[in-house]
Ligand binder design. Structure first.
Ligand code: NAP
Length: 292
């Protein structure tokens, strides 16, 4: 067995807090390394590896869930008051464990609007939306917690079961044209595999507390939608100009279009040497199409 492969294995116990889309992909993958993996849910599940955790109702995991835990990944967004659900409910519990590593999934929303300019981890966050200010505050709380935390800033997450194909099939797609607007994206498999790569190479790589996980090619929404229609062999509807579409958009949908930035992955991919599986939306969407 190689040195790197021995860093994660059957002696490790992972708790995945918030086992939604990204958390469940991570849990499924890390189990293949022989790790014990328990996952939280807000609702009762028959899955023996699932436990209850809901910060809103005060339901905290039973004591034995934490026995022997070495790694924690939190995929839970800030609560409605802007606080971190995990730190609010479990911080002192976590501080009493012998944790090797804690991962926290954050968002690139903390960088705010750069008018299409590139942002990297060394740029000062400048959150524009209230939810992003909350997120930055949660990041700060994680850093101040003195837990061995590593923060992953993520752009739009997509993958099998959560991509433009579902939106097209469910007729929930709106083809909107906004000049010079781009979005960064990441395929769910690359979130998982980048984190596993960092864990496997923990001893040889310099530790960075904040890391962007994004693909190589920020692109316009319309390119992505056009490519999806092409793969499906369908004709894309005519685009609506953003200025016209905006009038009927919810505030949350509008806010999505108010920020324009390109998220750099140079730290992850050049400095730390992670090789993306899906370097751009075309490769990623092909995978989604084949698995839809
Ligand atoms: N979606 C995106 O494009 C995107 C982009 C950038 C960053 N992010 C962030 O990255 C993280 C992972 O994203 P995702 O899309 O994979 O998340 P997701 O599917 O929405 O899953 C979130 C999980 O958090 C749990 N949760 C929410 N509030 C909770 C609370 N108060 N107490 C306990 N559990 C709670 C949910 O529990 P249940 O399973 O019981 O519902 C769910 O498992 C999130 O923080 C998200 O905000 C998302």
């Amino acid at each position: 067995m190689t040195k790197t492969a021995s860093l994660i294995g059957n002696k490790n116990k992972f708790l995945i807090l918030g086992c939604g889309y990204s958390g469940s992909f991570f849990a499924k993958t890390i189990r293949k390394f022989g790790c014990t993996v328990l996952t939280s849910s807000r609702s009762v599940s028959k899955n023996p590896n699932s436990f209850l955790f809901n910060s809103e109702t005060g339901k905290v995991p039973d004591k034995e869930i934490f026995d022997g835990v070495t790694h924690i990944l939190s995929c839970i967004p800030p609560d409605k008051n802007g606080n971190d659900p995990v730190l609010e409910s479990l911080q002192s519990k976590l501080q009493n464990l012998s944790l090797e590593w804690v991962g926290y999934l954050s968002t690139t929303g903390v960088y705010g609007n750069t008018g299409g300019g590139w942002v990297s981890e060394i740029d000062q966050p400048n959150p524009y939306q209230k939810r992003s200010r909350h997120r930055l505050n949660c990041e700060k709380k994680w850093i101040e917690s003195s837990l061995p935390v590593q923060i992953f800033r993520l752009p739009g997450i997509y993958g099998p079961g959560r991509s433009t194909f579902e939106a097209i099939k469910n007729q929930k797609i709106r083809v909107i044209l906004k000049k010079a607007q781009v979005f960064s994206r990441i395929h769910v498999a690359d979130i998982t595999h980048a984190i596993i790569y960092l864990l496997q190479n923990k001893d040889s790589l310099k530790f960075h507390q904040i890391i962007n996980i994004a693909d190589d090619e920020p692109s316009s929404q319309i390119e992505v939608i056009q490519y999806s229609y092409d793969l499906m062999g369908l004709k894309m509807p005519n685009p609506i100009l953003f200025e016209d579409a905006k009038k009927e958009m919810s505030p949350i949908a509008q806010s999505f279009w108010m920020e324009n930035r390109r998220v750099s992955n140079k730290l992850l991919c050049e400095t730390l040497g992670y090789e993306l599986i899906y370097k751009n939306y075309k490769l990623g969407l092909k995978n989604c199409f084949l698995n839809s």
